[in-house]
Write a protein that binds this ligand. Structure first.
Ligand code: SF4
Length: 327
């Protein structure tokens, strides 16, 4: 065994404030209302979390149309369009909104730009739920662009009043390139002074860059449909390091570890720490027993929970096991 085999854990990693809040909302809704509590789409993009909540009585549906009239329905952290809200109202659903406040901010920007007569250029992945929701604020005025090629293909005069918005979980280096292309292409352009990429995505990407510089391999714990986790893998590769997405320890391929003495490990914003621990244990069994931490930005962001989820007796919102899992 190589005596220098080590693991370097990224800090920060794993749950962001929006994910903790969203998971906590489903847990509190189950505590207060009992099962079933319906959740439109995956509350956050993590298979383990969805399964744990399903075991407790959450029922995940693709559409508000599948929820029985009058039932409790939680909207996921990724946000929903006004059409979805209207559909829920028409079914008399008791909605609890777990949209991340940073996603809600992008919705508000879309509403404002549409009202001011801008064409909205939404930088993001067309099929992602967050993008679907934001586009739904002004579908007739919004165009989704993913790349500089998409920008070049836009069939709009250069002096069209445009405003750009960006999905919160993109790679900020790639996004900067697309935003620069928009500035070259249009003369009358408004935007959020940079991008809308959230603090958690930025911090996790920065931490992964640091891992990529100092290790032979980077492993990112996250589900295959987790946008921010996928971006973290891409960022590591762009910085010259082999990298893989690992939904959980069972997906580790020992073949990746050939000639690897130092492994950087991080986790996407929706991945619970229990999955990181599982991966670290599996790596330890393979000889990577020296565990270090690469300290990055300190995070102390907390988003308030909806007051209606407070305990009726104490008036406080108790901690919940999945959302508040400790390191
Ligand atoms: Fe909110 Fe960012 Fe977390 Fe998404 S990744 S839930 S935008 S804090």
């Amino acid at each position: 065994m190589n005596r220098h085999q080590r693991i370097v854990l990224a800090e920060p990693r794993g749950f962001c404030a929006g994910v903790r809040r969203a998971i906590g909302i489903v847990e509190r809704a189950l505590d207060l209302h009992g099962a079933p509590v319906y959740v439109r789409k995956e509350i956050v993009h993590n298979h383990h979390i969805v399964e744990e909540l399903r075991k407790r009585g959450a029922v995940f549906v693709d559409s508000e149309d599948e929820v029985p009239e009058g039932a409790v329905c939680v909207f996921s952290a990724h946000g929903v369009s006004p059409a979805v809200r209207a559909g829920a109202t028409a079914r008399n659903l008791e909605v609890i909104d777990a949209t991340c406040p940073l996603v809600s901010k992008v919705h508000q920007e879309a509403v404002r730009y549409a009202r001011d007569g801008h064409v909205i250029l939404l930088v993001g992945h067309a099929e992602h739920e967050e993008v679907e929701g934001v586009r739904g604020e002004a579908p007739e005025r919004t165009i989704v662009v993913e790349s500089t090629e998409d920008v070049e293909r836009l069939d709009l005069p250069a002096d069209t009043p445009v405003a750009y918005l960006t999905q919160t979980t993109l790679s900020f280096d790639e996004t900067a390139v697309v935003v620069e292309a928009l500035h070259r292409r249009f003369t009358d352009i408004a935007g959020p002074n940079g991008d809308d990429i959230c603090y958690a995505s930025q911090n996790r990407q920065n931490a992964v860059k640091s891992l990529a510089r100092a290790n032979d391999l980077v492993l990112v714990v996250g589900s295959r449909n987790s946008s921010n986790s996928i971006r973290m893998v891409e960022v590591a590769r762009e910085h010259g390091c082999a990298a893989h997405l690992v939904p959980d320890a069972t997906h580790l391929d020992p073949g990746w570890l050939e000639s690897v003495s130092s492994i950087g490990v991080s986790a996407g914003a929706s991945a619970p720490e229990v999955l990181v621990r599982g991966l670290v244990e599996r790596l330890a069994a393979l000889g990577y027993t020296d565990v270090q931490v690469d300290d990055g930005a300190a995070e102390d962001v907390v988003f308030a929970m909806p007051a209606r989820l407070a305990d009726p007796v104490t008036g406080r919102i108790p901690r919940t096991p999945l959302a508040d899992e400790a390191r």
